[in-house]
Design a binder for this molecule. Structure first.
Ligand code: ZN
Ligand code: ZN
Length: 400
């Protein structure tokens, strides 16, 4: 069996056996075994299910390369013969690609010690989809035990053509804030609204009011999204319920915009309650929070030639409105982050396209990450992803 076939087998196996956030036990076992075989010192159970591999190869800096391991509660609908065998769980975000590429890269770097010098720390993170896995590994003493890196490297598979890499300097993935809001009214009979304070009407006007946040408080040149993704109230047609609950998802790239949007949301929620004569203030619970992933411009410029050296076309895909917690590793270390997109879409989809707008329209039309139909092609996604990690790591771990 060739090396490429061996890593393809590992990829197919991971794809067939996806595991949800903080339940990546089988995956972690495969990772630990593979790293040990390559000669890494391995620690498991870091931040619950995370795995760390350390390989010291002479003098030099410590470089952290990260892959996330968790799958999603999605029923796979790709029709692939290697589809998920776990009911209702699938690698719909492609983290199995990340794990396979980093294992292959770690093995290649371990086999070529004459090409680099320093300490390579490979981090296999749990629970990226919850936005808490990276922080869990930091809180568990990752840097106390394995050293603080000078750079954090990693990649995310995306529906751009396989054979391309996407690198965007500056804010590259959005900050995420999720709010659960409970509006309190006074319940009563549906025939006697004058004896109640109706939280359904309060919720309705709040939803409409929140639409003004982006339209009226964010500069047209700045980016923000405010989505009410959930709204629950009432049990029966003739009962006015005592409360209503909603969940709001907020995405921003800049800290100042983030603060402004969060303040506006709070003001509108409280204001609508006051206007309705609510008996008490709404409760606003901030149940998810992830900072924007900011790619360091100088570190990106320095890494770009290494990415180009693997034969991939390196494009600037612009910022992505999704969120990523890889930046937590860089913030905790006070070091730069370089995180790129790995093309995973069948290049045949892009044949004959001549303009950037045609390209963008094609990308938007393909199943995206988290879709039940998200299906990266194996070749050349795995080989380019592996080569990109190897080249970037060698750049940051130069042989003097
Ligand atoms: Zn995801
Ligand atoms: Zn992901």
């Amino acid at each position: 069996m060739t090396l490429a076939e061996q890593w393809t087998d590992i990829y197919l196996d991971l794809h067939r056996h996806p595991e949800l956030s903080f339940e990546e036990h089988r995956t972690a076992g495969i990772v630990a075994e593979s790293l040990q075989a390559a000669g890494f010192e391995v620690e498991t159970g870091v931040g619950r299910t995370g795995v760390v591999g350390v390989l010291t190869n002479g003098e030099g800096p410590t470089v952290l390369v990260r892959a996330d391991m968790d799958a999603l509660p999605v029923t796979e609908a790709t029709g692939l013969d290697y589809s998920s065998t776990v009911e209702g769980v699938a690698h719909a975000c492609g983290h199995d690609v990340h794990v396979t590429c980093l294992l292959a890269a770690a093995t290649e770097l371990a086999a070529t010690p004459e090409t680099w010098s320093g300490t390579l720390v490979v981090v296999f993170q749990p629970a990226e989809e919850l936005g808490t896995g990276a922080q869990a590994m930091i809180d568990d003493g990752l840097y106390e035990r394995h050293g603080t890196p000078v750079v954090v490297l990693g990649q995310h598979v995306a529906p751009i053509p396989a054979g391309t890499l996407g690198l965007h300097a500056g804010p590259a993935f959005a900050a995420l804030d999720s709010l659960a809001i409970t509006l309190h009214g006074v319940g009563g009979h549906g025939s006697s609204p004058h004896t109640t304070v109706d939280p359904v009407v309060m919720a309705a006007s709040t939803v409409i009011g929140l639409q003004t946040v982006v339209a009226r408080t964010v500069a047209p040149s700045d980016f923000a999204v405010v989505t009410v993704g959930r709204l629950d109230a009432g049990t029966k047609v003739n009962i006015i319920p005592p409360s209503a609950r909603m969940e709001v998802s907020i995405r921003t790239y800049q800290e100042s915009v983030r603060t402004r949007v969060l303040e506006a949301v709070e003001r509108i929620v409280k204001g609508q309650a006051v206007a309705a004569g609510a008996p008490r203030d709404p409760e606003i619970e901030h149940f998810e929070s992830m900072g924007a992933l900011v790619n360091d411009p100088a570190a990106c410029a320095a890494t770009r030639p290494a990415l180009e050296s693997v034969g991939a076309l390196v494009i600037d895909p612009g910022p992505v409105p999704g969120s990523e917690d890889v930046g937590v590793f860089a913030s905790a270390a006070g070091c730069p982050c370089v995180y790129w997109l790995l093309g995973g879409a069948d290049p045949a989809h892009f044949d004959g396209l001549t303009s950037v707008s045609e390209f963008a329209a094609k990308v938007a039309s393909l199943p995206s990450n988290h879709s039940p139909e998200f299906a990266p092609v194996i070749d050349p996604t795995l080989s380019i992803g592996t080569a990109a990690l190897v080249a970037a790591a060698r750049h940051w771990l130069p042989k003097s």
